[in-house]
Design a protein around this ligand. Structure first.
Ligand SMILES: [Zn+2]
Length: 501
């Protein structure tokens, strides 16, 4: 059993200036379109469009596809816009008999930290707030002249566009068409109502949940102030369910709400869609292609309603990329000749130059999305009501390794450790020489199914795989790994888990 969601650590936002806006074509940059296909891996529901059962003409809106890809790119490429369920608050209901009925909770963004240990005024803020802050300092004449190109944007706003308060909007350089309409037989599902995250689940959302008082179920009256110092685990993603299974309302014991009836496109339904790009560098196009199609690495996406119960797994494949021919017909775009573009080469160049496969964010996303699927199940209120489980992490829950020893529920916030090992000065200066087949030691950072992430002595996070699901391994465990793959410059790219220490 695995908890249905997990987190990808937030990357620092990298902002830069855009070279050109979408207004004119630039001969030195790439413009054209990408032809893709989306295949349904687990029942897919766009709630506002799929309203009747049986045979229906349906399509997926371009805005949904755009949102889905934007999220992936924000996560992988240091995009802005991270926030964790804004406007959280406590809702306390005391029954006439004095018993507490519910403790729904929301976390105020201001009271929790980003990975650099800062609050919202850090470099992690969204681009619109970043621009607002600079704009406010300008003199009146300067404000009139201000253009979006004078400001630095994150790589995602720079592609997808941004609307800021001073009206410096920029429509972006990508546009997603709706998919082609399909005749699809929609299936009916009865699923539990989505719920808001509760205070007792905070150990799943924060790295240091212990700064908060008790789980709020038994004793204590936690206030918003007590959340100060909490550090986000990252962006939330839902896992794929085993065999595309949907967990229907009857099977959830955690929900006391009325179930919801939804209609979904069945597994293997396929939709064709097109997205247009304008004035992209080869690197930017490569980053887009990489975020779109990771099906070769068995990384699927999630779209639509019912993600926590296993719905909405989708595989995206890029089929062709066409770029504008050398001849420009500026006024008659439709008459422009499109050439086939070698997108596989572009993708390869991007992977090589960006080193994206080695980032913590990519490895963690693969860990969540890249597996065959798991049996999903939320731990229930009794689980968190047990004080011994108050600080249980998702990794511990998924590996079944929790609640064995009592932890102090109240403790001081600790500085997050960057490295689980102490690095000797000697080792720091020398880059270790790795060889395929040789053994390295590390501490398991997280494990999902057959794949996981290990933190090495050097502080690097590297993905690993184990051959057998029944070999016990848990987060925080020290273990030995065999080197399976190295990068061209001799760094470890992939490891295999070895049993024992
Ligand atoms: Zn941004």
């Amino acid at each position: 059993m695995a908890n249905p969601y997990d987190f990808v650590p937030i990357a620092e936002v990298k902002r830069g200036h855009i070279l050109t806006t979408h207004g004119q074509f630039n001969n030195n940059l790439l413009s054209g379109y990408i032809q893709c296909a989306l295949t349904v891996i687990s029942p897919l529901c766009i709630k506002s469009l799929f309203v009747n059962p049986g045979e229906q003409d349906i399509y997926l809106p371009g805005s949904s596809l755009k949102g889905m890809i934007r999220t992936v790119m924000e996560t992988l490429y240091g995009g802005c816009g991270f926030n964790i369920e804004k406007d959280y608050y406590y809702k306390k209901t005391i029954k006439p008999n004095g018993k507490r009925k519910e403790h729904v909770v929301k976390y105020f963004v201001n009271n929790c930290k980003y990975p650099d240990g800062k609050y919202e005024d850090s470099k992690y803020i969204s681009c619109d707030k970043h621009i607002d802050a600079i704009y406010k300092l300008l003199e009146r004449e300067e404000k009139v002249k201000a253009r979006i190109m004078d400001y630095s944007l994150c790589p995602v706003c720079s592609l997808f566009g941004i609307t800021t308060e001073p009206g410096l909007s920029f429509a972006g350089r990508l546009s997603f068409e709706d998919t082609e309409t399909q005749k699809v037989h929609l299936e009916k599902y009865c699923i539990p109502q989505p719920d808001t995250p509760r205070v007792y689940r905070r150990s799943f959302y924060f790295k240091n949940p212990g700064v908060l008082p008790s789980p709020g179920i038994k004793k204590g009256e936690p206030t918003i102030k007590t959340f100060e110092g909490g550090e986000y685990n990252g962006r939330k993603f839902y896992l794929h369910s085993k065999n595309g299974k949907v967990y229907t309302a009857e099977k959830q014991n955690d929900s006391d709400r009325d179930p919801v009836t939804v209609f979904a496109a069945p597994i293997n339904t396929s939709f064709a869609f097109k997205l247009h790009f304008k004035n992209l560098s080869e690197y930017e196009l490569g980053s887009l292609l990489f975020a779109l199609d990771n099906s070769k690495n068995r990384v699927y996406n999630k779209l639509g309603y019912g993600k926590p119960v296993g719905m909405g797994s989708a595989k995206i494949t890029v089929n062709t990329v066409k770029t504008l021919g050398a001849l420009m017909y500026k006024r008659f775009e439709c008459a422009v000749k499109h050439d086939d573009y070698n997108f596989l080469q572009c993708l390869e160049n991007y992977i090589e130059s960006s080193k994206i496969l080695e980032t913590t964010q990519y490895k963690k996303l693969v860990n969540i999305w890249g597996m065959q699927g798991k049996e999903l199940s939320y731990p229930d209120i009794k689980f968190f009501g047990n004080e011994n489980n108050a600080n249980t992490t998702i990794g511990q829950f998924n590996s079944g390794n929790y609640g064995k020893k009592k932890e102090y529920v109240v403790r001081k916030p600790k500085q997050p450790k960057k490295n689980l090992f102490v690095i000797n000065k000697k080792e720091k200066n020398e880059h270790p020489v790795y060889e395929i087949g040789k053994e390295v030691k590390g501490v398991v950072f997280s494990i999902e199914g057959l794949s996981g992430i290990v933190t090495l002595k050097t502080g690097e996070n590297v993905s690993f795989e184990r051959v057998n699901e029944y070999i016990p391994v848990r987060s925080g465990q020290k273990a030995s790994f065999r080197i399976v793959k190295l990068t061209k410059d001799g760094k470890i790219l992939h490891l295999a888990f070895k049993k024992g220490k």
